[in-house]
Ligand binder design. Structure first.
Ligand code: SF4
Length: 250
């Protein structure tokens, strides 16, 4: 387990944009208003607003980034949305295979489709695959993730909407927790966060606390301390990363 003194900064890569609401964590989806605004501003990649759109011209982008980056695949969509064709997902995975200098973070709420397609995809070493578990009702996603042969598997408890007990962390390499942000943010209770932190400690899983989300001054501190742990295997790439990476949404 490793600890960083600063928040991880991801480079977004959006060969797919657009999505549709799927579960309770989507209620205040951050991507929807951004997509609509970009459409209004005439951004060509958002001419369909929040409809699923495939962008061939974005596919090769990671090949042009020579320095190692943590790349968030589809920050403006969900790669396993039912309208994203398998062959396009496979093209994305081909680029990942050719971009060994980077780590690609793939996060989905659509664990059923992920599981269904998982044997048709090559789980390259530089992929970290995660599912969102926003409340105890979605723990089944973790069970599906545990059956997929990705080298790094993680669980994203954000926006955390309930107490989640008895989490089975077998085969899980990283856990992130965060509250909802934005105007209509739903409240996250401190005891929900502490419970996951303690369960991670017991299971020896790195625990990364992202945010309370409610605009308090020290938004990522628990009892005055930051908890920014990440998988040991990432140490090299994080040390080599530029300290500030511009987050690009388009
Ligand atoms: S899955 Fe993600 S991008 Fe899609 S609607 Fe839900 S929160 Fe938004």
């Amino acid at each position: 387990m490793s600890h960083s003194d600063q928040k991880l900064i991801f480079q977004a890569w959006n060969p797919v944009t657009g999505c549709s609401k799927f579960s309770s964590g989507c209620k205040n989806c951050y991507a929807l208003p951004i997509a609509l605004k970009l459409k209004q501003q005439g951004n060509i990649h958002y001419k369909n607003g929040f409809e699923i759109s495939l962008h061939q011209d974005k596919l090769a982008k990671p090949l042009s980034w020579k320095k190692p980056k943590l790349i968030f695949v589809n920050s403006m969509s969900d790669l396993f949305h039912e309208k994203v064709p398998l062959d396009f997902i496979q093209q994305i995975f081909n680029i990942i295979e050719q971009s060994k200098q980077h780590i690609f973070i793939i996060l989905t709420k659509r664990a059923e489709r992920l599981f269904k397609l998982s044997t048709k995809l090559k789980w390259h070493e530089n992929i970290a695959l995660g599912v969102t578990v926003e409340s105890k009702h979605y723990l089944y996603r973790l069970k599906l993730l545990q059956q997929i042969q990705a080298q790094t598997r993680f669980v994203f408890f954000e926006p955390l909407l309930s107490l989640i007990e008895n989490i089975d962390f077998a085969g899980i390499h990283w856990a992130l927790v965060g509250g909802e942000s934005g105007q209509n943010a739903r409240k996250m209770l401190p005891e929900w966060v502490t419970s996951i932190k303690n369960q991670c400690r017991q299971a020896n899983v790195p625990f990364y606390f992202h945010q309370w989300g409610d605009k308090r001054t020290h938004d990522n501190l628990i009892d005055g301390k930051s908890h920014l742990e990440f998988p040991q295997s990432w140490l090299n790439i994080l040390e080599n990363s530029p300290k500030q990476i511009q987050l690009s949404l388009n």
